[in-house]
Design a binder for this molecule. Structure first.
Ligand code: NAP
Ligand code: GCO
Length: 269
């Protein structure tokens, strides 16, 4: 007997909350956690989005529980987690996926815009993690997966608020590990590269002459895999970090970026 079993990747009997999982990365991760056996719960900031998500999961044949809740609203988050506890069960796995971005040069960005991005992308994960941790600690186990970004490591023009938030989210990941690792809580992050979702659609828009967006061409050239990521590329890493297979992995950021962060870039021809 090797002592290893593929059951280590099973999420059977677990309740997984994926924030903002209406479409895009969150929807793909929630679908994979379902496939691995978890019961899926998701939220979005408004009823229209939750209804859109419920329809999408129904079409995919995935039973889910959906809640309207803005991750920046501490009272609403506490109430949602309480309802989930009563209606579904204690949250075993939390994926802090909900996020926004504003692409504005710093000198043109208002403090209000900066605060909004940091509020959703950094304060939100803090608020939701704080709400689910007591239940995880009481159960003696829990998994928190924060969705970071390459901007947790790199800066780029026009995304100052987003990079600041995602850099902070990397450190929040490490701090939750530090504070609650003793309670058998594993808090890690996934750092997606450039993934084709609605959030990056503006960076991939075809030009009037039908050519590829300059940023699209740039990412292709900067990525050893020479392609944008798909949300499916994130599914296996998410199941790994949500499962017992990663019980001794804590405080880490797993970059799923096709190799961008490891590559200086192709010499211009
Ligand atoms: P997306 O397509 O823009 O989806 C974001 C989701 O978050 C939506 O369902 C949105 O629904 C929800 N949301 C936004 N604000 C919320 C709030 N205050 N409360 C609750 N839900 C909220 O984003 P994505 O591309 O799938 O990205 C998902 C995560 O991955 C984000 O954290 C993003 O920063 C990160 N990421 C994306 C990429 C990429 O290339 N796409 C790469 C690295 C990291 P509502 O607004 O309707 O509530
Ligand atoms: C941008 C993109 C990126 C991606 C992602 C990269 O404007 O640079 O939106 O921020 O969303 O975060 O990892």
């Amino acid at each position: 007997m090797t002592g290893f079993s593929m059951d280590q990747f099973s999420l059977k009997g677990k309740v997984a909350l994926v924030t903002g999982a209406v479409y895009g990365i969150g929807f793909a991760i929630a679908s994979a956690l379902h496939e691995a056996g978890a019961t899926i719960v998701f939220n979005a900031s408004n009823p229209k989005s939750v209804d859109r998500g419920l329809a999408a999961y129904r079409e995919a044949g995935i039973p889910v529980h959906g809640y309207v809740c803005d991750v920046t609203d501490e009272q609403a988050v506490a109430a949602m987690v309480g309802r989930i506890g009563k209606e579904v069960g204690t949250v075993d796995i939390l994926v802090n996926n909900a996020g926004v971005i504003k692409r504005i040069p710093m000198l043109d960005m208002s403090a209000a815009d900066f605060r909004k991005v940091v509020d959703v992308d950094l304060n939100g994960p803090f608020i939701v993690s704080k709400a689910v941790l007591p239940g995880m600690i009481a159960k003696g186990a829990g998994k928190i997966i924060n969705i970071c970004s390459m901007m947790s490591e790199l800066g780029r023009e026009t995304v100052s608020a987003y990079a600041a938030a995602k850099g902070g989210l990397k450190m929040l990941t490490r701090n939750i590990c530090a504070e609650y690792g003793h309670a058998n809580i594993q808090c890690n992050a996934i750092g997606p590269g450039y993934i084709a979702t609605p959030q990056t659609a503006p960076l991939r828009e075809r030009q009037p002459d039908g050519s590829r967006h300059p940023f699209d061409r740039f990412i292709i050239s900067k990525t050893p895999a020479a392609r944008w990521g798909s949300t499916a590329d994130l599914q296996g890493p998410a199941v790994f970090l949500a499962s017992p297979a990663s019980d001794f992995v804590n405080g880490q950021v797993l970059y799923v970026d096709g190799g961008i962060l490891a590559y200086i870039g192709k010499q211009p021809e």
